[in-house]
Design a protein around this ligand. Structure first.
Ligand code: GAP
Length: 571
């Protein structure tokens, strides 16, 4: 397969899709600027994502700060464990991610090796930069969060968020009230995340500042059947489960209902978002034949996750690239925040009918505890009340030591109480999208070159809804009133909320090529016949087919073509 990476990057730079950031000062790896066309294409992809999650699923969007205070990341585990294994070359002093270098030397399971394992694996290799022998390098953990201080004096530590998800978890109580205390509900966030990646060398794939689009869907732990699963029950796409990977077998293509019934996918919720993600990727222009869904192997899956899949696309330069992670994160995040914040992070679920239940209350005998425990009697009483008594007494922890409390020091009262419901900690289903990686996939997969009359024609075959400019309008000549007609058409199309670009510079063939290269799906040419009969030529980018139609039909026809409500040859 031809590596089109250089061509895609060259086009992106020349035509204003993506640029190195801060280029006049030399730039630094891991940061990019989206130029005028790139920013527009990215926004369109984000808006299509919103259509799927906000309009269709009904999950409202929130927007939280990109700087978070320390307790958030203590609770989430990022301060303790969000690190990559790194080493420094003893010769050129450059830093490298140890597992990535090991992978370049085809060392198996590099990402799951320990620090010592990586050090051993790298001992006989050469530095990938200066090519000198590495020897016994020290491999150490490097936390990927950028830190900062908040306010003057710097007393309050802050971190640039490494994922948008934490804002949704910390707002859980307020969101629950917003959704009127019922499950399931979902919330989304699209925004910048930051990771101080070690030596990022993969263009738009591994960035230090990037955009995530994440949905956190809170479900009852015992109810993981999706209410709209029927929508995707028969949907088929390539699933590469753990067993297939370990057995070195190809992904299987099965309906999602079968994937859930056979246990390949843990539950309907996860299956539903795998299928939705596949549909979304196709809609924005990722090549159907270059997508697969890979289940995490046991050694890469977080210990708390019930199931975890990556949506991957194939890139001619980077191989299989993870673009989206879809996980059943159980109650891990809410429990973690409950522990650190002291908030309940639960939902009260009412039973259909109140139930009569036996309740046992432990009543400490304060008259006996007082003389024995003196000033600490109240504390001991509370601990007894919360303990789990056995036949001869109960155990409590006092000053970090286990203390036995005899049965005579408390009473047990059994009574029947009317229970209306229970506190439940929801589980979280999380589809997490990397927008920049998807933008790159769309650019690479839509890049196309053919030969037209002995000249190379470069085309971005972007889906019309993703293309930054939707229509180009060309007057054949800049005289005899053709210009005015063309400008009038441009304005009429813009009035429909569709971005049209008027272009009268250069030969008509060159104007077509310019628009093909930025993915403009339709072009209108105003010629001398237009003056006579009020018709123009409409050309479709990929097929280069042309049709003639009345000027007054243009805005409506273009709108329908962009939305896919009409096919070009039926226009
Ligand atoms: N909340 C879950 C989470 O953040 P993740 O797998 O670490 O999960 C989700 O990230 C997605 O974000 C990835 O699938 C990837 O597309 C994107 N992503 C992660 N790190 C990135 C980076 N350094 N540069 C660009 N995109 C990145």
């Amino acid at each position: 397969m031809v590596d089109v990476y250089e061509k895609v990057i060259d086009l992106s730079r020349r035509r204003g899709f993506v640029w190195p950031s801060g280029e006049i000062y030399g730039s630094v790896a891991g940061f990019i600027d989206y130029g005028p066309l790139g920013a527009m294409m990215k926004r369109r992809i984000e808006d299509i994502w919103r259509d799927f999650y906000v309009v269709r699923e009904g999950y409202y969007e929130i927007e939280c700060p990109t700087i978070g205070i320390e307790p958030i990341y203590i609770a989430s585990g990022h301060i303790k464990g969000f690190s990559d294994k790194m080493f420094q070359c003893p010769h050129c002093n450059e830093f490298f991610r140890a597992d990535h270098v090991a992978e370049e030397y085809s060392i198996r399971n590099a990402s799951s090796l320990s620090k010592h394992g990586l050090m051993r694996a790298l001992t006989d290799q050469n530095c990938i930069s200066c090519k000198k022998p590495l020897g016994e390098v020290e491999v150490f953990d490097f936390n990927l969060m950028f830190n900062t201080s908040i306010g003057p004096g710097g007393s309050r530590k802050g971190y640039l968020r490494p994922e948008t998800a934490q804002g949704i978890f910390t707002d859980f109580g307020r969101l629950l009230r917003f959704y009127r205390d019922t499950l399931p509900f979902g919330t989304i966030q699209i925004g910048r995340s930051y990771r101080n990646e070690i030596s990022p060398r993969q263009g738009m794939i591994r960035l230090r500042e990037f955009t995530q689009a994440e949905a956190e869907i809170f479900v009852h732990p015992d109810q993981k059947d999706h209410p709209n699963f029927a929508r995707y029950a028969n949907y088929e796409m390539p699933l590469w489960g753990m067993d297939h990977q370990e057995g070195r077998l190809d992904p299987v293509v099965v309906p999602m209902s079968e994937a859930v019934e056979s246990g390949l996918v843990a539950n309907e919720y996860v299956a539903y978002y795998l299928a939705l993600t596949h549909e979304f990727m196709l809609k924005i222009g990722v090549d159907k034949d270059k997508i697969r869904f890979r289940q995490h192997l046991p050694d890469e899956r977080a210990h708390y996750a019930a199931d975890c899949w990556d949506a991957e696309y194939f890139s001619s330069r980077f191989g299989w690239v993870e673009a989206v992670g879809i996980a059943d994160r159980t109650d891990y995040d809410l429990e973690a925040h409950a522990k650190v914040s002291g908030e309940k992070m639960t939902v009260f679920i009412q039973y259909p009918e109140p139930r009569l239940e036996q309740k046992r209350t432990i009543v400490p005998k304060m008259g006996l505890l007082g003389p024995r425990f003196k000033t600490r009697a109240k504390e001991v009483g509370e601990k007894i009340a919360a303990s789990h008594p056995r036949e001869r007494g109960t155990y409590i922890i006092l000053d970090e030591e286990e203390v036995f409390i005899e049965r005579e020091l408390f009473d047990l009262r059994d009574e029947e109480v009317l229970v209306r419901g229970e506190e439940v900690r929801p589980h979280v289903i999380e589809p997490s999208y990397g927008i920049d990686r998807l933008c790159y996939a769309v650019l690479e997969h839509s890049f196309y070159q053919d030969d037209v009359e002995g000249e190379v024609r470069t085309v971005l075959r972007l889906p019309p809804i993703v293309a930054p400019v939707k229509v180009a309008v060309f007057p054949l000549m800049t005289r005899d009133g053709l210009e005015e007609i063309a400008r009038g058409i441009t304005d009429a199309i813009k009035k429909e909320g569709i971005l049209a670009e008027y272009d009268d510079s250069g030969a008509i063939g060159r104007r077509y090529r310019r628009q093909d290269e930025i993915g403009t799906p339709f072009a209108i040419t105003v010629d001398y016949d237009s003056k006579e009969d009020g018709t123009v030529t409409l050309r479709e980018r990929d097929s280069m087919q042309q049709i003639r139609l009345p000027i007054q039909d243009l805005p409506e026809t273009i709108r329908k073509l962009i939305k896919g409500e009409m096919q070009f040859n039926k226009a």
